[in-house]
Design a protein around this ligand. Structure first.
Ligand SMILES: [Ca+2]
Length: 356
């Protein structure tokens, strides 16, 4: 079987780190149109930090004006993404590969105990036909503040021709939950030029979770220093990385956050709010059922304690495909450098144990 170089296939991840919402607010608006029939509107939403109402129509976002007309704000996603990307054959879904016509089966599970590989480059898949694994990483920091900077850095780290700048994410023998190794992420505090600092490993483009699916995520986390803002994201690459994230407040309280065209925080309701501990391994388990309406399920456990058990919208739009998973310090937006070890990560459609 001819090998397909992964870099030709996997979408280049250009992480737009500001929330999608702020993206709308900064933009110069475009042409004004008469509103179409409401049946053509995919979503009506108010971005975080705004009181304006927007509508999504065929992949484009429009701001609703006082007289009801719509002013073009932004091309938000490609409505033909599904058709261009996937093909159903004999009841199974495959990813079309424009490289040489091979079809790649979608994956519904990724796991890693980080026992294999001495360097970050060793952890990255070399061939898309291999068992699904990590396809890349993101290091954004004051010394690597732009998309171009971190894409350049990633390229030379994979090639072995350069090393980390300030942020790092790499396998380590310093501590482990299983075996002898884990993944260590170090993200310095953000700066004015890099308002969110990131040190993650990710799998983009091969996973596939759609409306109606269950998503289970299990990972062991050892917080050594500081406080990460988010530690696990599952996202739709085709919609500006809209998705669900395990969120940590500055004082350590765990919650689940949907960042999409609008934003919603699913918080702990208990009085004694559970925090991510420092200085020991903690097991964080997330269960979602995916829905673009309020009947999605959101459950989160820390060790054997269930800390969130609620329902809500877990998909940005009915047709969104979660194809990307990121773990590590997926964001540090607090005032301190953070060090987080991660081990025994599993993301799957199948139920995962949440007890120790
Ligand atoms: Ca391990």
């Amino acid at each position: 079987m001819r090998k397909v170089k992964i870099l030709f296939f996997i979408v280049v991840i250009v992480m737009l780190l500001g929330f999608l919402a702020t993206d709308f607010l900064k933009r110069d608006l475009g042409p004004i149109i008469e509103p179409p029939d409401e049946s053509h509107v995919d979503l009506t939403f108010t971005p975080e930090g705004s009181s304006d109402v927007y509508k999504l129509i065929n992949g484009d976002a429009y701001k609703v004006l006082g007289d009801g007309r719509l002013e073009f704000a932004k091309h938000a996603y490609d409505p033909d993404f599904y058709k261009k990307t996937y093909e159903g054959i004999d009841g199974k879904i495959y990813i079309k590969n424009s490289g040489d016509g091979q079809h790649i089966p979608i994956a519904t599970e990724i796991s890693d105990d980080f026992e294999q590989g001495d360097t970050l480059a060793d952890l990255i898949m070399k061939n898309v036909m291999d068992e699904v694994g990590w396809t890349g990483f993101t290091l954004l920091s004051p010394q690597v503040p732009s998309d171009k900077d971190y894409i350049d850095l990633r390229r030379c780290i994979v090639a072995g021709t350069c090393s980390f700048k300030d942020n790092r994410t790499e396998p380590t023998g310093e501590r482990a939950h299983s075996g002898k190794r884990s993944l260590r992420s170090y993200a310095v505090r953000p700066s004015r030029n890099a308002p969110v600092s990131k040190a993650t490993i990710e799998s983009a483009g091969l996973l596939y979770f759609e409306k109606g699916d269950d998503v289970w995520s299990s990972g062991w986390y050892y917080l050594d220093e500081g406080m990460p803002t988010t530690i696990m994201d599952i996202e739709a690459s085709q919609m500006g990385w809209a998705g669900m994230r395990v969120f940590v407040s500055e004082d350590g309280v765990l919650s689940v956050n949907r960042k999409s065209f609008d934003m919603e925080q699913f918080k702990q309701k208990r009085k004694d709010k559970i925090v991510l501990p420092t200085g020991r391994w903690a097991h964080v388990t997330l269960h979602l059922t995916l829905s673009d309406t309020n009947d999605g399920i959101i459950e989160l456990w820390l060790d054997d304690k269930k800390v969130i058990d609620t329902t809500g919208k877990t998909l940005p739009l009915a047709g969104a495909i979660y194809d990307t998973v990121e773990v590590g310090i997926t964001a540090n937006s607090y005032e301190h450098d953070a060090v987080l070890f991660v081990d025994d990560v599993v993301v799957s459609r199948e139920p995962l144990k949440h007890t120790q």
